[in-house]
Ligand binder design. Structure first.
Ligand SMILES: [Zn+2]
Length: 246
């Protein structure tokens, strides 16, 4: 079996590049590809607020429509506001909405985010950490609030850690791989027409190997290759080392 691929969209909020959103959505609809989308419950990130705004009613109605069409939704933080310089367990970016904060503060954020989702009829049991930054306390409060799956992690197949299922995310952009499950991140606020065309070309050539986030859960495995994931936690450098060792 060759590699399998999942697409995820980050930073979905009332403020975003709606033109790129419509364009990318039309491509995914055309090939019937269902991505995982990271929705921010209460976007307060000044960087993201620079993008065009569509009002809350329009936005949440659109999210419910996507959900009915089989697009899966992840809780993408609470307000997407970076308040610490902690990289957390993945060690990717030195900024976080969660890592390093007391557990009660983190719990409040996750609880508020889930409450907002519920009030808008959005269902999820998946977390997408802003800047990939979360710590052990985040893992505890996620479980307390009914979230059991995380879109992140350095591994070749989904794996369990601390009673949570991690669906790995190794490369930001799409590429073919001989085996494993890969999640590609689309930040369409910063995408050009050319990079969107590259996504369409990849989908056209690899449609049969693109799966949904939920389908990926079935690949959770104790495959020995996956044992490397323990060492993958430290830094993305160890990913490279790990992959070279196979
Ligand atoms: Zn984000």
């Amino acid at each position: 079996m060759g590699g399998k691929y999942i697409f995820r969209f980050d930073d979905i909020a009332p403020n975003m590049d709606w033109g790129n959103y419509e364009y990318i959505k039309s491509i995914f609809d055309k090939y019937d590809v269902k991505p995982l989308i990271g929705v921010i419950p209460d976007n307060q990130d000044p960087e993201l607020q620079k993008y065009a705004y569509r009002d809350e009613d329009y936005f949440w109605n659109e999210m419910r429509k996507l959900q009915r069409n089989g697009w899966e939704i992840a809780l993408h933080g609470y307000q997407h506001k970076y308040v610490t310089k902690e990289a957390g367990i993945f060690g990717i970016n030195n900024k976080s909405e969660f890592s390093g904060l007391p557990i009660e503060v983190q719990n409040e954020k996750i609880k508020n985010g889930m409450r907002l989702f519920n009030s808008r009829d959005i269902k999820t049991d998946t977390f997408m950490a802003p800047s990939h930054s979360l710590d052990r306390n985040t893992l505890l409060v996620l479980k307390e609030n009914g979230i059991h799956t995380i879109t992140d992690g350095f591994a070749l197949y989904p794996y369990y850690y601390e009673d949570l299922l991690f669906v790995p995310q190794l490369f930001a952009t799409q590429r073919r791989m001989p085996f494993g499950i890969y999640t590609f991140c689309i930040h369409f606020n910063t995408m050009t027409k050319a990079s969107i065309t590259e996504i369409e070309d990849f989908i056209k050539l690899n449609r049969d190997d693109i799966i949904t986030f939920s389908e990926a859960k079935a690949y959770a495995t104790k495959n020995p290759i996956n044992k490397l994931s323990g060492t993958f936690f430290k830094s993305s450098l160890s990913v490279k080392r790990g992959l070279q060792n196979i």
